[in-house]
Structures are given as C-alpha cells and as structure tokens.
Design a protein around this ligand. Structure first.
Ligand code: HH2
Length: 285
C-alpha cells in the first residue's frame, strides 16, 4: 500500500505527502476569489515548487451556504487549470462531485478524482472504473448546505470506518484497483468539533482498512474552535493538525500552506524511523 497509482504517476507513500489545494472559486472558505485561470495555475505551480506531490483543483465550494455551480461553469473554471498543470507533468486531482466534470478533467489529464460524495452518484463509479485515475473516497454526513446543522453519530470512528470500507469495496467490485484507492474521514463534513476530534484521535483505526488515508484539516473551523482564530490566522494550527494526522497514520495531507507543511513533515520524517512505524502499523492489523 505504499505506492498509489494515479494515471501515469506512481506516488510513493512510504513517507507522507502533501496535496496542495487549488480552489478556482468565488467563495471557498479560505482561498475563495481566485477565478482567474492564470492566477490559479501560477498558485499551483508555486505549490509544486514548494514540494506538493499532488495538486487538487476544485471549481465549486462545498462549505455550508456556498452558491451551487452548474457543470458548465465548473468546467469553465477548472479545465484550463487542469490541462495546463497536467501538461507540466504534475499529478492533478479534480475535486468535484459531478460525473461530467470528472470525465472532462480526466480527458484533460487529471490523474485523480477527489469526490466528497465517495463516488455514490449515479454513473460516477463507472467513470472511475473506466479510467486509470486514483480515487479519493470521502465520508460526509448529509448534504453540504445543511450538514453542520445537527450531525449525529453513535460512534463516529466505527461508522465512518464502516462507510469507507463499503465504498472501497464498491470501487474494487466495479474494477478500480486497490492500488488506486484513497480514503478520507471528511473532517468538517457533517461533524461537530467533538466528532472531528474523535476521528482525528481514531485515524489509526481507519488506516487499518489498508488504504492510504487522506486528511483535510487545513484552516477548517475545528481549528478555529480550538484556537479562537479566524481562517486567515490558522497556519500554525493547520501545520499542527497535519502532523497530528500523520502521527496517526495519514499518508496524504490536503493543505493550503504547502511550504510550511512540507517543512514540518521533513522534521517529522527525520525524527521518526519509518520502517519502525510501518512495523508498528503491521503489528496492529
Ligand atoms: N475539504 C474540502 C474540500 N474538498 N476533499 C477531501 N478529500 N477532503 C477534505 O477534507 C476536503 C475536500 C473543503 O476545503 P476547501 O476546498 O479549502 O474549501 P471549500 O469547499 O470552501 O472550497
């Protein structure tokens, strides 16, 4: 499970890697307002220079209250960005829920599909199976507009783990290779602060499913609840959260601040003897 195959890219996850967030949206909660393709391409290239292994391009915000975007507008925003970065040879992920956007992004060179609905929409699994792209299956309770109203779990870790196991099995049944699957508990997607913390503490239990775990905590409101700071002042908290996730088995961290996270992971990698960590993980399985 240390190699993730994503199109032409074989990403070695023996040490954790960074996915840089490239939102081409009007209203993303932290970096909204970057609707110009050239700006987005320059931003992504900077992230790749700083050490991002994957760049995740999205054209529709999923934050509660965001304005829905139709497929045509989403494509207009993301396609030039995906195409330019793929031409550079970058590993490009497309962050979308829409099969039409997935299909067009794959045609433009995207190597990964990041779907906050875990490929549950009709036809979406077939799009993934017909490609050689990696897939990120994320857990969400409810719908983006209302998911934070009253999230409820009996046991968040057990329920999220079971959901991800079911979705990964559905992918494998549809013909997606195990070496192309990533799982993600979906921090902030239908979860209270307590649920998010429970999931972060229990990430190692999710990692025992045997698929690489992606953690997206960057600048999220959980960190605001802990520190009392607004999204613009959550850099230190985001780096700490990424490290906490990696310490519990996350192999990919999805972040806005690539340089700072890459440095933090370099220190962590230098301190932690990875073979010993992997032996510990195997002993737990
Ligand atoms: N979080 C966001 C969007 N996509 N995908 C995965 N796999 N995991 C996440 O945690 C995740 C995600 C939300 O963050 P962001 O893209 O910064 O904000 P917005 O949805 O407002 O554009």
């Amino acid at each position: 499970m240390t190699i993730l195959n994503a199109g032409a890219h074989a990403i070695d996850l023996a040490t954790p890697c960074v996915m840089g967030i490239v939102n081409v949206t009007a209203d993303s909660f932290f970096d909204g307002g970057r609707l110009d393709a050239d700006d987005a391409i320059a931003h992504a290239r900077r992230m790749l220079d700083e050490g991002a292994r994957i760049v995740d391009v999205g054209g529709e915000s999923t934050r509660p209250g965001a304005t829905p975007v139709d497929a045509e507008e989403e494509l207009r925003r993301v396609l030039p960005v995906v195409a330019a970065l793929a031409r550079d040879g970058a590993c490009v992920s497309i962050d979308t829920m829409k099969p039409a956007v997935m299909r067009a992004a794959l045609d433009a060179g995207a190597a990964m599909i990041n779907d906050v609905r875990a490929l549950q929409a009709p036809g979406v699994l077939d799009v993934a199976a017909a490609s050689d792209a990696a897939v990120c299956l994320m857990h969400m309770q409810g719908e983006p507009a209302t998911m934070q109203h009253a999230p409820a779990y009996r046991d968040a870790v057990t329920e999220v783990r079971a959901f991800l196991a079911r979705r990964a099995a559905a992918c494998v049944d549809a013909g997606v290779g195990r070496d192309r699957i990533v799982i993600d508990p979906g921090f902030g997607f239908g979860k209270s602060v307590a649920h998010n913390l429970e999931l972060l503490r229990g990430l190692d239990a999710i990692a025992t499913l045997g698929y690489p775990v992606l953690a997206g905590l960057s600048r999220k409101s959980l960190l605001g609840a802990i520190t009392g700071r607004g999204a613009g002042d959550r850099l230190a908290a985001s780096v700490a959260a990424a490290l906490a996730a990696v310490m519990r088995g996350a192999r990919i961290v999805r972040v806005h601040d690539v340089a700072a996270t890459v440095d933090a992971l370099a220190v962590w990698n230098a301190v932690e003897p990875w073979p010993a960590l992997q032996m510990r993980e195997q002993a737990q399985q």
